[in-house]
Design a protein around this ligand. Sequence first.
Ligand code: ATP
Ligand code: MG
Length: 410
Amino acid sequence: MSQQAHVFIVDDSKLITQMVEDHLKQAGYQVETAMSGQEAWAKLHAFHPDLVITDIAMPGLDGIELARRIRQDSELGHIPIMMLTSKSQIDEKVAAFEAGADDYLTKPFDPVELEMRVRALLARARPAKQTAEKEPPGQVVTVFSLRGGVGTSTLAVNLAAALGLLWRIETTIVDTDLVAGAVALMTDVKPQLTLADLHQEDAAVMDLDVLTPYLLPMAHGSLRVLAAPLAPEMTELVSIPATVAAVQVLRQSFPYTVIDTGSNFSELTLAMLDAADLILLVLAPEIASLRSTLAILDVFRNLGYPPERHALVLNVNTAARRMLSRKDIESALPIPLAGILPYDADRAVEAINKGQPLMLTAPDSLIAQGIADLAFRASVRAMQSRGPKPPTDLAQKIARRLGVKLEGAG
Ligand SMILES: Nc1ncnc2c1ncn2[C@@H]1O[C@H](COP(=O)(O)OP(=O)(O)OP(=O)(O)O)[C@@H](O)[C@H]1O
Ligand SMILES: [Mg+2]
């Protein structure tokens, strides 16, 4: 979860409020409770939660009336409401939805289901707000190389993390490396659902509701992961139309979606390159990597990809003395390098061992700075008017370093 979401629980049963509170706190939410409708109504403006969970039958101001008041309030009206109640009569449900409830769960309930619904409601609330503000669709950045091990995943994960930190946004990363997908490992998420399960969904009606259970939030950081299949035998289940549909939904729902790819020109990889607004090609300072990068650029030309849609990133992933120099590389390439990431084995290995992107654990390292600069340059035009005001310290720092003027900067 990004910043911890605030959940407000209203129930006249101490047992229920305690149980829901414990469970949601454990899942990383901030929780406030009230034992009656009146108490809730008195506290809501101060607490201004992201979600309200309320019982229906309470003495005095009941849950239906509370929902109605919330909906009619100019400040609170947009907050999602979940009814949690032992009433399962259809007319009760109808009354709850008429009063403005978004979801309904009957007691006794399964805490896992409760948490899933909370997550879905919160995720749904965001795009609704975005549509209201007429935000443009997000950008898809695909990170690619035809050579394995050059640092594609390292760049993809840290780029997504950097975009989140720069603009205080939630970003998603989709791992389409079906052979060696490592994003779940690099972000320490434990996927239950992966790309391989997405084929069960109808690509024609894919939306954020459907996708939310697939998007695993990182424990620390504003990153959500759609993981690659966990076992090789699952990879044949991956459906290209479903994956493409998922990427389109993510584009509509998040400002940035980063796609990690396998080092091949498979049909899936091509679809992910086609879907990209920006392709970052990663190369290492060695001849085979340089050659394969030139080959990719040829393919892109043949495919008619506009040159402004891709950029080259040199990742110095080796300390070998006989590596190619930056000058050799630049003179062999038809387009300039958009970024150079220095060698830093300690940070790179530590990040993988910890399951924490180095952007989060070592933001001052040169490699993190290199990726943050790249993220900034790739996003500043789209984000400077949409980002937080004043801009984050990180955005201001990079803007100063790169001599860019940021709107609203102090
Ligand atoms: N700049 C760097 N300095 C030192 N080590 C690095 C650097 N970049 C990446 N590495 C290390 O190189 C290895 C491969 O990195 P990564 O997994 O990001 O590459 P990849 O291209 O995605 O590989 P794969 O083909 O397995 O998907 C990792 O152990 C990583 O920690
Ligand atoms: Mg990889």
